[in-house]
Design a protein around this ligand. Structure first.
Ligand code: A2P
Length: 296
């Protein structure tokens, strides 16, 4: 399927008309220190200009250092980070959490700030108010210009319906676990209907899909890697993939997806994988805890 993007720096347009590069470099599970630093350094050298981190990844410091050392103009970069389940008790807590992220990143603004998780276990009996309060703070941050766009992550329809009851600014992005094995058609359709861009974390199924026989077959047919097929699948659906790697060659090859396209037969085979992996986590069932290791 043809897509409009021809290179890494081509972009989607968010509901507020801001541009967002079509592929983001994922850093989930890249350890703070040398691992995250080198990964981001190699990603920037390979031409990625969109980086995705989060407070809970514990690597904002290294991501920020690699950005600084790259010497790339800030306005040429698109940086996302996320509000974790701690420091979320109130409007003020959210403002503090955001400031802490900016400090760790060494930045004066981010391009996108997301609520990371809709139903933290500690707040499960009042997640509606929790999200409304956090969102109000995100709106302040947005209006101050310290986040150029705001959104959510791992939200389902019920979370977004609830948020819309009090939101003055609509979320521009919903970042979810998304790949051919977990196609999440319901929330993807909802996002689209509400002008919310769908970002795909774990577009490679955290690596698990790379050995899937159907994907390996399509990769062989195009003389491409399985990862490239999966990234291309995301782009051809209009999603924004955030592939993660800590290896220089993978980082480079995962960006090399603009000179081939999947055909109808490939799409049919990939679309049939829906439900086969089922790795995603239901926000209502997952019991993350408020205090995480990197805060110790
Ligand atoms: P590594 O980080 O060791 O390079 P996802 O983006 O779906 O979460 O998948 C990330 C996983 O996929 C990581 O384990 C990463 O390994 C692996 N990975 C990323 N790109 C490739 C690639 N091109 N070939 C093989 N494995 C890859």
């Amino acid at each position: 399927m043809l897509i409009k993007a021809n290179k890494l720096t081509d972009s989607y347009t968010l509901a507020n008309n801001n541009e967002i590069p079509v592929i983001g470099f994922g850093t989930w599970q890249s350890a703070n220190g040398e691992e995250a630093y080198n990964a981001v350094k190699w990603a920037l050298e390979a031409g990625y200009r969109h980086l995705d981190t989060a407070a809970v990844y514990g690597n904002e410091t290294s991501v920020g250092q690699a950005i600084k050392d790259s010497g790339i103009d800030r306005e040429d970069l698109f940086i996302t980070t996320k509000l974790w389940n701690y420091q979320r008790n109130s409007y003020d807590d959210t403002l503090h959490a955001f400031s802490d992220s900016l400090t760790r990143l060494g930045l004066s603004y981010v391009d996108l700030y997301l609520i990371h998780w809709p139903e933290p276990i500690e707040y499960r009996d009042h997640w509606q108010k929790l999200n409304a309060d956090s969102w109000q703070a995100m709106e302040t941050i947005y209006q101050d210009g310290r986040a150029h766009a705001i959104g959510v992550s791992n939200f389902r329809q019920k979370h977004l319906d609830e948020l819309f009851k009090t939101a003055k600014v609509a979320p521009m992005v919903n970042q979810i676990f998304l790949n051919p094995g977990d196609q999440e058609k319901s929330i993807v359709g909802y996002n689209k209907a509400h002008q919310i861009l769908t970002e795909a974390y774990s577009p490679l199924g955290t690596g698990n899909l790379l050995k899937n026989a159907a994907i390996v077959k399509i990769a062989a047919k195009h003389d491409r890697s399985a990862a490239q097929i999966l990234i291309r699948w995301n782009l051809e659906h209009g999603y924004l993939p955030l592939p993660k790697s800590t290896h220089k060659e993978f980082i480079q090859s995962n960006a090399d997806v603009f000179d081939f396209q999947l055909d109808d037969e490939d799409h049919l085979a990939l679309d049939q994988l829906d439900g086969q992996e089922k790795q995603h986590t239901d926000p209502h069932e997952h019991n993350f805890h408020k205090t995480v290791a990197f805060l110790d």
